[in-house]
Design a protein around this ligand. Sequence first.
Ligand SMILES: *Cc1c(COP(=O)(O)O)cnc(C)c1O
Length: 381
Amino acid sequence: MRESYKNVAAMLADLKPIDPVYCVYPHVYCATAEEFLAGFPGRVLYAIKANNEPKVLQALLDAGIEHIDCASLQEIREVRALSQDVVCYFMNPVRLRGAARTAQQEFGVNHFVVDHAAGLKLLLNEIDAKRSVIFVRLAVHHKSARVDLSSKFGASAEDTLTLLQAVADSGAEPALAFNVGSQVMSPDAYVHSIETAIGVLERLPFKLRLIDIGGGYAKAYPGFAAPPMSDYFAAIVKAAHFSLLDNGELMAEPGRALAAPGCSAIAEVLLRKDNKLYLNDGLYGVFWELRYDAHDRYPARAWHNAKPLNGPTQPFQLLGPTCDSDDKLPGLVELPVDIQIGDYIEFGSIGAYSLGGRCDFNGFYSNLVFNITDPDSLPPG
Ligand SMILES: *Cc1c(COP(=O)(O)O)cnc(C)c1O
């Protein structure tokens, strides 16, 4: 099976694909990772749940990402299949029975997270505390987070202090983690959460080495503005006056910010009815995130006979191929008025929360993934 094409035109000319095709642009992943690694004042963990496609993971590893935030043993296995050197962190307070033990014994994982005394007890039954770092996850809230992750995980300030002491007593190294949310629209949310965390740590009788401030860095989409990454970094640098041990380090867990830009999805137009275009991919496929209330479309460009289709445009409604009447993309997308059956639409900025959530509902599923090798070739958007 072929792994790559020079560009999308070459792929379309060669394959005229019947199934949706997902394109990975490694040079875009490289630029995105370099920006984050250069800008964030600390250790950068890629949150693999945003996109666990091996070509995406490989592109990020090649770009210099050396730490991966995993939530399951399976994600740890997927990382280990590509690299023995990368450091995996098991950052889910809820794990399958035995998963932490296997992670440590077979895969060398030594970083874990808890947010409850019962969870700490379960974890300590499975791991060797002496060689482990256990993060306590503090609940933080901010109105600008589109998704408030603290509604599910995170301990109160009081419980966090008690848990940090219990971790220290177990012989493991205590550390602090929190997660502001996802699609956090305001860098102030990080300032607010960091100040909350500093307030909690002032009441702790010992110092910590590691503070993990989580993910959530927002990504812009058409009709959905987001601040540049540099605004987040500036806010974090200004606020993060933690009193840490001498070798202290800040950590971040970006998922979307690293995963989104370097991927495109290419769908065929199966049927056109006026301004309605029926595609071979939909809300049960790569577009599943559009079911949730955040952005409503991706940047798009049209292809005809393996060449870009230009000319005057109009807004189109896009519909998936399944028989579920809700399988419609929420936002209207501007495309050439001449677009017709058999043409393709390439959607950009679709690397985050896309490939990882598609399913085979109604019999539609594609796993055609190619690298695009021409560094001058860029996804739409
Ligand atoms: C989902 C998640 C992330 C990544 O979130 P993004 O919004 O994609 O940056 C990071 N850390 C944890 C614990 C998560 O659950």
